[in-house]
Structure formats: C-alpha cells, structure tokens
Design a protein around this ligand. Structure first.
Ligand code: ATP
Ligand code: MG
Length: 523
C-alpha cells in the first residue's frame, strides 16, 4: 500500500483500508471471515458501545482472552473512541492478572471463554471494573460481546485522535521484575508499520495485497498485536490463530498459503520438530520473522533447512514498539559470522552503545544498547520514575541489554546488563557460557548465574538440566566447558535441576535462580 496517504492515527488506517480494499478479506478466524469494509463498521459499533457505556477518551479497557477476530475489533474500535486497549497475559496466575487489570484502572474487562472461572475468582479483587463482558458467551451473569457490539450504530463516531494519543498499553514480559505498562502511541505504531519511507524499506518489509500473514503469537505481546496491525496496515489478509499450536501452524501453511509470519524461537522449535514438518509444502512462505530471545545456532540451521524461506531476526522490546533492529535474509548464510548478530537498525532508528557513565563506545566494545526514534514508547503508565530512568531528556532509551556494534553497524546482543557476572574484575555474559554448556550432548538446557564469592566477588555457577536418562558429574561439565571458553568464564560449580524456571513468555528467569544465593546480600 505504498501509495497510501501518510496516516496520523490508526483509526484512519481502518477507514482508509475500507475505501481502498473494502471487499478484500481483512482476516479470518476459525472459519469467520471479515472484509475491510465490514471491519470498519464493526469497529464503529465497538467505539459507539464504549462511548455509550461512558468509557472516556484516554481510559483503558482490559482484555483477558486468547487471540481472536473480536480482539482486533476491540483494539481498533477502542482506538476510534480514543480508548486504550490493555491486553492481559492469560498465562499469568490469578493475582498477577488482577494486578494488571487493577493497575490499568479499566472500567470494563473483556473475558474469553477459557477464563470465565478465573474472572469469577478474581472479580472481588477488581474494584475498578464496573462491567465484565464475555467474548464468546459462557457466563449468563455477564453480557456478551456480539450482542453488546451489534446493539450500536455502525456510524463513525469521528472522535478526534492525535498522533501522540495512546493506542495500546502493552505490559512487558516481567522477566526482570513486575510487568510494566508500556504506553504506545498512534505515532509509535505508525513508525513501526511504516518503517521509514518506501525507498528505504528493506525488501522483506515490503508487502503486497496478496500477502497472507499468520498471527500465531499471543496478542498480549507486541509480536501478536503489532504483527496483526502490521498486516491490516498493508491491506493483507490475516489468519488469526487462537493460540500457538505447532500442528495447527502446519495446517495453516497447508490450508491458507501463509506468506509471512512472526514467531519466537521457542515456537519455531516446536513447529520444526513436528514429525510432519518435513512433508509440508512451504513454497508460498516468503519470510519467517523471529526474535524476542536468542536463537540457538542449531535451531536456526534446522529451520533454514525445513522452511526454505527468507529468515529475518528481529531485536526490540515492548518499550520500542517491537522491532528496531533486523538481520535480513541475505545475512542468514551458514558460516557467516553475522549469523550471530541481531542485525542492523531499521530506517529511522538510532542506536548507540553506552558505557556505565552513559558515554558512547566505539565499535567492538560492549556496553548498554540505547536507542532513539519515533518508536520509543510514550512512557510507563503511572511509573514516572521508571520512565525517567529508561528514557533520558534527549530521548535515548536504555534497553538494559548489553551488546556491541561492529564497524558495519551490526548489533551483537550479549545479555541483559543485570545478568552480567563480574568475577575477578572480568565481565562475563551468561549467554556465552550457556551456549558452551548446551554444546554438551547430554545437556538439555542450561542457565548461568553469578553467586557471591569472597575471593572473586562473584563466581560463575551453571544450573543444568540433563536430557532424559543422562547423568554426568559436575566435574565432567566443568572440564567440557573449559575446553571451549576462557578459564575465568568457566563455571566454578554446577547445580542439576529437573527444569529451568521460565516466565510465561518462555524466557529464563535467572533472577529466581540467583535469589537463594543472594538472600540478605546486595547485588
Ligand atoms: P521485563 O522488561 O518486564 O523484565 P522483558 O524485557 O523480557 O520483560 P519484552 O519487552 O517482552 O519484556 O522483551 C524485550 C527483551 O527481549 C529485550 O530487552 C531483550 O533482552 C530480549 N530480546 C528481544 N529480541 C531479542 C533478540 N533478537 N535476541 C536476544 N534477545 C532479544
Ligand atoms: Mg524489558
């Protein structure tokens, strides 16, 4: 949709696509199809319904449910009323869900069929919620979405929306602490979907109206909501998966001719390891975009063999409206050192590597990754101090990730700064040690942490999960690692555990592994 006029908000995007692609399919979900013209009317009804309930411009509404077409109607309908969607991670436990719904002060909570019991259990802990609406029925005491939507006029409410108005409030994954509500504006989102002007756009980011995109990742992360909006912006057809299911992903390839999708490495692993994966025809698949956590080299190699499409690695965070750095298909060549890189900044994105005092470092030196662009969030909801710590007065956002850039501008991510171990004055990044540990044929997965040590300040500890039926000694593991990485990086001790603690996004929670060792001590 390169000829589209420059948009200033996403509500206009919906109106625009209804004009230019009215009869084309916007998305399909479990057999239900919606054209761009129908999408425009449905989102008007949602906006009118929110206004009729007294939800005011700038207020949040919360959504506790799996992916569905109704979610995107709510998201974009809310935008037409100037109301902000806050989707909740449904993998969280009841009290954590209650924390987010309460935190965003939503007067209305939308609940999917799988979460009715949970919503009933926590409803007394949600003093701000006036109304609960089910998206697919199942609770006689609460109104249902379709009836609620269709009781309203389909006329456009025409609420004025500014680029700086907030479009969505997405909570961070909660890897390093409690999830924080990142406020993303209309301008932020447009920066993501437009990604510079047409001439600057990398080939993999050019869409055609024949593209079919699969929304396979959960909408409570930018990789779900952002990806879904990306397809709508480009007038492409979206196929929405209720939840990630590796066998269904293969079905979607066979039945819907998916041309583009985004997945996290853990999901790619599930799909590629399906016995059927090697029989599926992926000839229509053009690009597989992946990111949000490091990808093991062996997994990427396997995916390249099986999917036979273009691969694009993406690096970004909730606070940067997702991707700011990408490794294009042409750099996915085995043996090329660049395969270890997360790629180069997208058009319009500034990157810098800063030392502990905030001074820029030259190429090759490791420091904190910082970024400045129109994709940086407006701020954390109700957390002015955390916002000020994250984004400085010049607009530079500190990612909390360590890394370096080479002289060609390729970014190599090491780890989160907080996870870095300082032992005897040397900086050690757990990911590098974990990668060496995972090369051991009997190791299933590994995490590396620093523990207090009188002599070295911190000592490297490996926490290892063995493959089923395998046992080795700590000495074996230590000797194996010593042959691969420097002595000071080699673990001094090894714990064996049955499974690594992960957050609901699948990211390793090193902080909970560290906790018992640091009780009562500062770090
Ligand atoms: P919280 O901020 O609540 O602790 P989180 O940082 O895990 O959680 P997200 O915003 O979902 O929440 O994740 C962003 C982080 O994911 C980045 O800061 C980075 O550490 C990691 N990440 C993203 N993309 C990549 C990538 N391509 N390779 C390695 N790590 C990545
Ligand atoms: Mg984070």
């Amino acid at each position: 949709m390169s000829d589209a006029p420059k948009l200033t908000n996403l509500a206009d995007m919906v109106r625009d696509r209804a004009k230019s692609r009215g009869n084309a399919l916007a998305y399909e979900f479990e057999g239900r199809q919606t054209s761009f013209a129908e999408f425009d009317v449905k989102t008007n009804r949602v906006a009118n319904a929110l206004i009729a309930m007294g939800v005011k411009k700038g207020q949040r509404i919360a959504y506790l449910g799996k992916n569905s077409d109704f979610y995107f109607e709510l998201l974009m309908g809310a935008m037409k009323a100037g109301v902000v969607m806050a989707p909740v991670n449904w993998r969280l436990a009841g009290p954590e869900v209650a924390f987010i719904v309460d935190d965003c002060k939503a007067p209305v909570l939308f609940v999917g069929p799988e979460f009715i019991t949970q919503a009933r259990n926590i409803s007394d802990k949600l003093p701000g919620v006036r109304t609960i609406i089910t998206t697919e029925g199942g609770a006689p005491e609460w109104p249902d979405f379709v009836a609620w939507r269709d009781a309203q006029s389909g006329d456009d409410p025409r609420v004025a929306i500014e680029p700086k108005d907030i479009a969505i409030q997405l909570y961070t994954s909660g890897t390093t602490g409690k999830p924080k509500g990142a406020m993303l504006s209309h301008a932020n989102f447009l920066n993501l979907v437009q990604s510079g002007n047409e001439a600057e756009k990398p080939e993999w980011n050019r869409w055609t109206t024949d593209d079919v995109s699969l929304v396979a990742m959960p909408i409570f992360h930018i990789g779900g909501s952002g990806w879904g909006v990306m397809g709508l912006y480009h007038g492409a057809r979206g196929v929405i998966a209720r939840e990630f299911d590796p066998t269904k992903v293969l079905d979607f390839f066979e039945q819907s001719g998916i041309t583009k999708l985004f997945m996290v490495p853990a999901a790619m692993q599930f799909v590629v390891r399906q016995p059927r994966a090697r029989q599926v025809d992926f000839s229509r698949l053009k690009y597989m975009l992946y990111g949000a956590s490091p990808i093991p080299a062996a997994l990427l190699k396997e995916c390249i063999e099986v999917f036979k499409c273009g691969f694009v690695q993406m690096y970004g965070m909730t606070e940067t409206t997702g991707t700011i750095v990408a490794l294009p298909p042409e750099d996915h060549i085995e043996g090329l050192d660049r395969m270890r890189s997360a790629g180069k900044a997208l058009p319009g994105i500034e990157l810098a590597i800063l030392d502990a005092d905030g001074k820029p470092l030259p190429p090759g030196e490791v420091g904190e990754i910082a970024t400045r662009s129109g994709s940086n969030m407006a701020g954390y909801w109700n957390l002015p101090e955390a916002t000020a710590r994250t984004i400085d007065s010049d607009g530079w956002l500190r990612t909390g990730d360590a890394g370096y850039m080479d002289s060609d501008g390729y970014l190599y991510i090491h780890d989160r700064i907080k996870d870095m171990i300082i032992s005897g004055g040397e900086n050690i990044y757990p990911a590098e040690v974990e990668s060496a540990l995972c090369d051991h044929p009997d190791v299933a997965e590994a995490a590396v942490i620093g523990i207090p040590d009188d002599k070295w300040g911190e000592a490297v500890k490996a926490v290892v999960v063995m493959k089923p039926g395998k046992t080795v000694t700590a000495t074996d593991i230590i000797n194996f690692t010593r042959e691969r990485i420097a002595g000071y990086k080699t673990p001094k001790s090894v714990d064996f555990i049955p499974a690594l603690p992960r957050n609901p996004s699948g990211k390793i929670l090193r902080r909970s592994l560290r906790e018992p060792y640091w009780a009562g001590k500062d770090r």
